[in-house]
Ligand binder design. Structure first.
Ligand code: PMP
Length: 395
């Protein structure tokens, strides 16, 4: 049998990074690879209690089918959470998703035909590209600096490129670089999107995990025309295994997204939505997030400190104000994939994500993403020291 695939499968292919990271799953390897939250901070007892309570809900309600747009109570709670964060939001504008990843998939399906252009940051979140690729777009990748996506380059692209359908951005503590879009650039981005009539997909799973600097308004809160689709998630602030996230969008987009939701999986798991909702009723999510901020802020310091002490001087890293990642730049000519395969994994017993796969257009080999949230502090120091040693000896 010869498999016959639809044309849209052409770019649905495994990537080499997956194989490399699978090696990092060996427990004897200290992995800075995945985007995992710290499992020791999962609110296990609270989740156990809410799950056992919702499963006994009268009429088996938490085990029944639910509306495609999500449990009404949870949509209200999300709207409340967004409002308290300064983003105007009504429950009717919220669609509960199976993680914000699902919103990336839906946005591309809704907005992008083959050959259309998606603007992204350069580098950008690999999972977004994997989701977008099935829509067979072309990418225009805009460089980021310490203030996020460069607006001069965005303006140039919007002015010279036909068929731009979407600007995809992670404004806070971007994955993979850790940088945050400045306030001036947020205003400029909305202005450019308005002028060129383009949808903005704001992907904000890390927004709440700010441990330094001042909060900035979401792009959605600056949007007066309903052109920003905002994605949020409970993955990083509660647990990723719930797979509960949300989209906040104006009616024309929300209506279509809801239909895509029905087509894809009918609804997000009722049990998981009900447990999330009851958790929000019974527990103080803000207090839990304050603990996360404190812990991740410390871990970031521990990692950057260790990097300063152990890495060669010509390696630079970003200093994020929140989120889970820092981004390393090695000297020209250094290949982070080759180094991981030949030295970091077998000798230093350390994994990271080589940076190449985060660049949608022109991969640059001399970068790597380091996660500081998953490992305990002593393993962060041990891993960075081993890697620094290996870099000095073998680079
Ligand atoms: N967007 C970004 C930028 C991410 O880093 C992630 C997960 N690492 C997601 C979206 C997806 O998160 P989830 O589906 O768990 O909400």
């Amino acid at each position: 049998m010869t498999p016959h695939f639809a044309a849209r499968m052409a770019r649905v292919t495994p990537n080499a990074i997956g194989e490399l990271l699978a090696l990092g799953a060996d427990p004897s390897i200290i992995s800075f690879g995945g985007g995992y939250p710290d499992p020791t901070l999962f609110p296990v007892a609270a989740l156990e209690a809410v799950f056992s309570e919702v499963i006994r809900a009268p009429g088996g309600l938490a085990m029944q089918y639910a509306p495609s747009d999500g449990l009404p109570r949870l949509r209200e709670q999300v709207a409340d959470l967004m409002q308290r964060d300064g983003t105007p939001c009504r429950a009717e504008e919220v669609l509960i998703l199976q993680g914000s990843q699902q919103g990336l998939d839906f946005a591309a399906r809704m907005l992008v035909d083959p050959g259309d252009v998606i603007v992204t940051e350069d580098p950008t979140f690999l999972g977004a590209r994997i989701a977008f690729d099935t829509a067979r777009p072309r990418y225009a990748a805009i460089p980021v600096d310490a203030d996020g996506m460069r607006m001069d380059r965005l303006e140039e692209v919007l002015t010279t490129t036909p068929k731009v359908r979407m600007i995809y951005t992670i404004p806070e503590f971007q994955n993979p670089t850790g940088v945050t879009l400045s306030l001036a650039r947020r205003q400029r981005l909305i202005d450019l999107a308005n002028r060129h009539d383009v949808v903005v997909l704001e992907d904000s799973p890390y927004r709440q995990i700010r441990f330094a600097g001042n909060p900035l308004p979401s792009l959605k809160s600056l949007d007066t025309q309903g052109r920003v689709i905002h994605l949020g998630s409970f993955s990083k602030v509660l647990v990723p295994g719930l797979r509960v996230g949300w989209a906040l969008a104006a009616a024309p987009y929300l209506d279509k997204l809801k239909l895509l939701k029905t087509a894809a999986d009918t609804q997000t798991s009722t049990l998981n939505m009900a447990a999330t909702s009851l958790f929000l009723d019974r527990h103080d999510l803000d207090a839990h997030i304050a603990d996360l901020r404190h812990a991740y802020g410390r871990k970031k310091e521990v990692m950057l400190d260790a990097i300063r002490r152990h890495f060669p001087q010509d390696v630079t890293v970003t200093d994020p104000e929140g989120g889970l990642f820092t981004w390393a730049t090695f000297p020209e000519g250094f290949d982070a994939t080759v180094f991981m395969r030949d030295v970091a994994l077998p000798r230093a017993r350390v994994a990271y994500v080589p940076g190449g796969s985060f660049f949608p257009v022109d991969p640059r080999p001399n970068h790597a993403r380091f996660n500081y949230s998953a490992q305990p502090e002593d393993r962060i120091v041990a891993g960075i020291a081993a890697l620094g040693d290996a870099l000095k000896r073998h680079a």
